[in-house]
Write a protein that binds this ligand. Structure first.
Ligand SMILES: [Zn+2]
Length: 74
C-alpha cells in the first residue's frame, strides 16, 4: 500500500517542517496491517503549502490524493 494522508486527532506532536506544536493535524504515512503508520506530520499552514507537491510525496499512492480537511474548532 502506498503513502496515504490521514487526519490525526488528539495527539500532540511537532510539525515535521516548521517545528510548531500540533494537536489535530494531517500526516502522510503508510497503512501497515490495517494500521496507519505516520511518516511525516504537518501543521495546517505547511500542509497548505505542500498541497501542490503532494503528488510527489505520495507518488506511489494507488488511490488519488484525498485531501484532509481541517476540523472545526469547538
Ligand atoms: Zn508546519
Amino acid at each position: 500500500m502506498g503513502p496515504v494522508w490521514r487526519l490525526i486527532r488528539g495527539q500532540k506532536d511537532v510539525c515535521h517542517r516548521c517545528g510548531r506544536e500540533i494537536v489535530d493535524f494531517p500526516a502522510v504515512g503508510r497503512g501497515v496491517d490495517f494500521q496507519f503508520r505516520p511518516v511525516e506530520k504537518y501543521c495546517w499552514d505547511c500542509y497548505r503549502y505542500l498541497q501542490p507537491f503532494v503528488d510527489e510525496i505520495a507518488s506511489e499512492a494507488q488511490d488519488p490524493y484525498q485531501p484532509v480537511t481541517k476540523p472545526a474548532i469547538p
